[in-house]
Design a protein around this ligand. Structure first.
Ligand SMILES: *Cc1c(COP(=O)(O)O)cnc(C)c1O
Length: 399
């Protein structure tokens, strides 16, 4: 062969004796076939075969298999973000005339997807109280094909009674999806509670380093896997093997990272609850958080995200205290090694009345820094809230 050809055609080298602990990053658009017949018949390889890089390489398949094992599922598909994974389930299951039930505490962009994408296409949605439990049966009419759950709820941390919701939904032939991003499969396994679609934003704890976006959907039922893969093929969606290799690396340390942030976050939540009225601290391991008993019953632990409600009269002091934090960064998309605080306003995101928390809520994500440095940042915030509460109570007592 001539030089130009040798530039393109690499010689094969031996893999004999090469046993690495790392998963190789297999990049591909083209998959080549040994003969014309197998190329013509490539469709027969099915969703588990290799036919085109978009549909998977050994790197993405390794990540899918690792997640299926953790979730206790038959198959997993990978999407370019957590939001895309949510959208994939909804667009696969729902047809015009159908509808989906979503909890009021759902990840807000999921509600936006229902309102601004599904609704104009003739797919309805209704919002339910996350604490509804088996009462959801009353909302499931013949149009409802999917009940969406997210436990605990975004920012306000309500823990849902997933087994009760699944029983009611399956009784009426509706499928159930669960956004399990907060717990990860290490602390809650939706498929073990008969949920049909376990969704994770791998962007958070699995990736674990704030440098990638990915989502996953795991299923027990091979037929549902085929339907998800069909939607992905029709819409041309796949993930990069380089990102998969980063998630595979993140997954190896997820257990020790979670054990650490879990211990620090629950310790901080308890310490804060000793200094401010306990109902201001929203953490599933605290008894006053809605669904705490369900959390104790169903979950194997709590991760590193919890919330602190800022009462309206303490709100003025918070922006300056956040800006002067030395270790916490201000930002969303939690689950990495860096601790984050995000001042959230949930009022515009919630449709149902009876909102307990009208003001700012600080969503705190614990990372891997020394807890003493983190506490030094939190202490003045907690003290500001505690002082305002004391002043209020004194004023109330003397009037
Ligand atoms: C972050 C998040 C998502 C979306 O994940 P992206 O990868 O950022 O799209 C979905 N659900 C929950 C609960 C999340 O926290």
């Amino acid at each position: 062969m001539r030089d130009q050809t040798l530039c393109v055609r690499r010689p094969l080298v031996s893999h004999e004796g090469f046993a690495s602990l790392a998963v190789p990053t297999y990049r591909a658009s083209t998959i080549v076939f040994s003969d014309a017949k197998s190329y013509t018949e490539r469709k027969n390889r099915g969703p588990d075969g290799y036919s085109y890089g978009l549909h998977g390489t050994p790197t993405s398949r390794t990540l899918e298999a690792a997640l299926s094992a953790l979730e206790g599922g038959a198959r997993t598909v990978l999407m370019p973000s957590g939001q895309a994974a949510i959208a994939l389930v909804m667009t696969t299951v729902l047809m015009p005339g159908d509808s989906v039930l979503i909890p009021d505490t759902v990840y807000p962009p999921a509600k936006g997807f229902c309102e601004n994408f599904l609704k104009p296409r003739g797919i309805g949605y209704r919002i339910y109280d996350p604490m509804i439990g088996s009462g959801i049966a009353e909302l499931i009419d013949f149009t409802v094909k999917l009940v969406w759950t997210e436990s605990p709820g975004s920012t306000t941390m309500e823990v849902q009674d997933i087994p009760a919701i699944v029983a009611a939904a399956h009784d009426k032939n509706a499928l159930v999806g669960c956004d399990n991003t907060w717990a990860t499969p290490l602390f809650f396994k939706p498929l073990a509670h008969s949920v049909d679609f376990a969704v994770e934003a791998l962007t958070k704890y699995a990736g674990g380093h704030s440098d990638l976006l990915m989502g996953s959907v795991s299923v027990r039922d091979i037929a549902l896997h085929r339907r998800l893969k069909d939607t992905m093929r029709m819409t041309g969606i796949g993930v990069s093997p380089d990102d998969c290799s980063l998630v595979l690396r993140g997954l190896e340390t997820m257990g020790v990272r979670l054990a650490h942030v879990s211990a620090v976050a629950s310790n901080f939540a308890l310490r804060i609850a000793e200094q401010v009225p306990a109902e201001l601290v929203l953490h599933p391991a605290l008894p006053n958080t809605p669904g705490h008993d369900v959390w104790k019953r169903d979950f194997a632990g709590s991760s590193g995200v919890f919330s602190l409600v800022v009462p309206p009269h303490a709100a003025d002091a918070i922006p300056a205290l956040l800006s002067s934090a030395k270790v916490f960064s201000i930002g969303a998309s939690w689950g990495g090694t860096h601790s984050l605080i995000a001042p959230m306003s949930i009022v515009k995101d919630r449709a149902l009345g009876g909102l307990l928390h009208q003001g700012t809520i600080l969503r705190i994500s614990i990372g891997l820094e020394d807890p003493r440095d983190l506490w030094a940042d939190l202490e003045p915030i907690v003290a500001a809230i505690a002082n305002e509460e004391k002043t209020l109570r004194k004023a109330a007592a003397s009037s």
